[in-house]
Structure formats: structure tokens, C-alpha cells
Design a binder for this molecule. Structure first.
Ligand SMILES: [Zn+2]
Length: 145
């Protein structure tokens, strides 16, 4: 199967591609693998395979060059991701890194409210299967330690 055929097949009737298909493709091509997979994995955490490391490094190098090295008024730093909670409060991450999500009670898909067509949100109707959506709830993207 060519890459074009594979993309066409994976789209189907839905604009959404299930995460299982994306993970399967990435594993086959050597981009990412679920972390600790042989022990059952850790939900939502992935390790980079040989091509994934190359891709990540290329993106990182390009981003650093375009954002830091080509701008005289920008300096580069690399801080730790896990840091004192007050730093994240002061930076606005705790207050502003929030998504409003709804779940489909039928197909169990999850959607960001701001990505839903307005008519689906107004009718609380899933854009994929037509099932009932839950009330919107907030989801903070920051990891708790
Ligand atoms: Zn649904």
C-alpha cells in the first residue's frame, strides 16, 4: 500500500483518526513506542524510536535556530520542566493552560469545546456518531507533582 492510499484509508468517513491507528503507524515506522510497553506501558507516555529521535532533533534544531539564533533580542535558556509551583502561577500557566472538554457518552471520544462546530455544541451532539455530549468541564494541561 502506498503512503497516499494509506492516508486515504485511515481518514474514512470521520475527520478524526483514532489514536490507536496513529500509534500503530508510528511504531511500524520507528517514530515512537509506548513507554514501558512490555510491562503494560504508562498511559500517555511514549519513547522515541530511531526515526523519532532524528525528527525531534531536527525540529528542535530548526526551532532553536529560528527563534533564538536569528533574533538579536532573544536569549536561549533551558529550564527544568518540574519547578516550584509558584513559578507556574506567576507565569500564568496554572490559570491559562486550561482546555474545556466534552466527552461523547456513546463513542467515548473527547473534544475540545473550541474545536467543536457550534451547532454540535449547542445541541450537545457528537460530531462523529451523533451521541450525547457531556457538560463541558475544565482540564488543566499542567502536570501535578
Ligand atoms: Zn460519539
Amino acid at each position: 500500500m502506498t503512503q497516499t492510499q494509506e492516508q486515504t484509508v485511515s481518514r474514512g468517513d470521520s475527520p478524526f483518526v483514532p489514536i490507536e491507528k496513529i500509534v500503530s503507524l508510528c511504531k511500524r515506522r520507528g517514530f515512537v513506542y509506548p513507554n514501558s510497553e512490555i510491562y503494560g506501558g504508562v498511559s500517555g507516555i511514549y519513547d522515541f524510536g530511531p526515526l523519532g529521535v532524528e525528527l525531534r532533533n531536527n525540529i528542535r534544531r530548526y526551532w532553536w535556530w529560528s527563534m533564538v539564533q536569528t533574533n538579536d533580542n532573544v536569549v536561549g535558556i533551558e529550564g527544568a520542566i518540574i519547578t516550584h509551583p509558584r513559578v507556574w502561577e506567576a507565569s500564568g500557566h496554572v490559570e491559562n493552560f486550561v482546555d474545556h472538554l466534552v466527552d461523547c457518552k456513546n463513542c467515548k471520544r473527547r473534544f475540545r469545546v473550541d474545536h467543536l462546530p457550534p451547532e454540535n455544541l449547542a445541541q450537545r451532539k457528537c460530531p462523529v456518531c451523533g451521541g450525547e455530549l457531556t457538560e463541558p468541564r475544565t482540564f488543566n494541561l499542567m502536570m501535578e507533582t
